[in-house]
Design a protein around this ligand. Structure first.
Ligand SMILES: NC(=O)c1ccc[n+]([C@@H]2O[C@H](COP(=O)([O-])OP(=O)(O)OC[C@H]3O[C@@H](n4cnc5c(N)ncnc54)[C@H](O)[C@@H]3O)[C@@H](O)[C@H]2O)c1
Ligand SMILES: [Zn+2]
Length: 341
């Protein structure tokens, strides 16, 4: 097995195995005291990988990232007679990793866990940083914990079965990282589009590692989101509100959220890169506009975790590769969003 890279966060050290094979998992955690958690899509497409492992297979989709699924996982852990020495490994996209990390953090007051991210989005974003949790009604990620996994194993062969739309979702986060912190990656991404990037495996795998490392660096410097980590919410304030109200995927909603944030940044900070961001999102199959009912979306947006009293900490761009946090009064934000409709 290839060497691991370690990131030491304030709470724990996490080992990253880039370009590894799933079969190496048994070297990290014994089969007799491990339960894999996955979803039906990943299980169906990669069934041979799961042979010999205790496995819990969940229904796929964000609508199952809820307390009822947590309860059902706990029932199945009891059936496996899991004890405190057990490790849970989430093998799947962000829904699976968020649920696995959350269950592992509360089961018997906390047991060890690791992730094998299988979607592009989970590889570059969701599996990294220790945020685990569930949705409550229309409120995304309202309940959860920050706890780091013990390890992350990246087996890029999982991507061979990833549906087209999920590639775009992953690229929304990759473009987000480029916008807020990595102007050089933004320029590289401009040279490709969704179909050419998938063909250039060397570039793609390097890009995934670069993004995983970028996010890990941010989290390492600010694990509990007092400052820099908040920049990762670029596009997500409006994005989350749209995602829960309309039939948009996370990546699509965030892409629209980023476009609106670029427009706000033009007005408030003289940002001049909106056109480039819009074009790049288009190259990777992402939308940049949606017609929506402002009042309805605003009701949800007000509950966002980044709100402090009557102000929202909004992530804006000064230039491509440099984001800042601006507190915006809710009234003003509402006016802006209405104005852009
Ligand atoms: N914890 C965090 O820091 C963090 C960060 C970003 C996103 N998230 C969360 O992650 C979730 C989104 O992640 P996601 O897009 O991976 O969602 P997901 O887990 O729903 O996966 C997307 C779809 O792809 C399928 N899939 C995944 N891997 C596959 C593969 N290799 N082959 C075939 N199908 C595959 C899944 O079954 C699902 O249908 C959201 O719930 C979001 O809130 C969490
Ligand atoms: Zn996101």
């Amino acid at each position: 097995m290839k060497e691991s890279v370690s990131y030491r966060f304030t709470s724990a050290e996490v080992k990253y195995y880039f370009n590894a094979r799933f079969s190496a998992l048994s070297k990290l955690t014994g089969k007799d005291r491990t339960v894999l958690i996955t979803d039906e899509n990943v299980y169906r497409n990669h069934i041979s990988k799961f042979r010999g492992w205790n496995t819990i297979v969940l229904k796929p989709g964000e609508e199952f990232k809820v307390q009822a699924t947590v309860d059902s996982i706990i029932d199945q852990l009891i059936a496996f007679q899991a004890d405190r020495q057990f490790t849970l490994v989430g093998v799947g996209g962000g829904v699976v990793s968020d649920l696995t990390g959350y269950v592992a953090s509360v089961f018997m007051r906390g047991i060890s866990f690791g992730f094998v991210p299988t979607s592009l989005l989970a590889m570059v974003d969701a599996s990294i940083g220790g945020k685990n949790g569930i949705d409550v009604g229309p409120y995304k990620n309202l309940v959860g914990v920050i706890k780091q996994p013990a390890f992350l194993l990246f087996d890029f062969s999982f991507l061979s079965t990833l549906p087209e739309a999920e590639w775009s979702n992953g690229f929304a986060e990759i473009i987000k990282h480029a916008c807020i912190l990595d102007a050089a990656a933004f320029r590289l991404l401009e040279k490709y589009d969704l179909s050419s990037v998938k063909k250039d495996k060397k570039f793609l795998f390097g890009l995934i590692e670069r993004n995983a490392r970028l996010k890990s660096g941010v989290v390492k410097r600010d694990e509990y989101e007092k400052g820099e980590r908040r920049l990762l919410n670029f596009g997500h304030t409006l994005g989350h509100a749209l995602e829960t109200q309309y039939i948009l995927s996370h990546g699509q909603a965030v892409a629209i959220g980023m476009t609106y944030a670029c427009h706000f940044s033009e007005g408030l900070l003289g940002f001049s890169g909106t056109e480039r961001v819009v074009k790049l999102l288009g190259q990777y199959g992402l939308p940049t506009h949606a017609a929506f009912k402002t009042e309805k979306v605003f009701e949800i947006l007000k509950m966002d975790k980044k709100r402090v009293s009557r102000e929202m900490n909004y992530i804006m761009l000064e230039k491509i590769g440099k984001a800042v946090i601006l507190p915006i009064p809710l009234k003003e934000l509402e006016k802006w969003i209405k104005g852009l409709q």
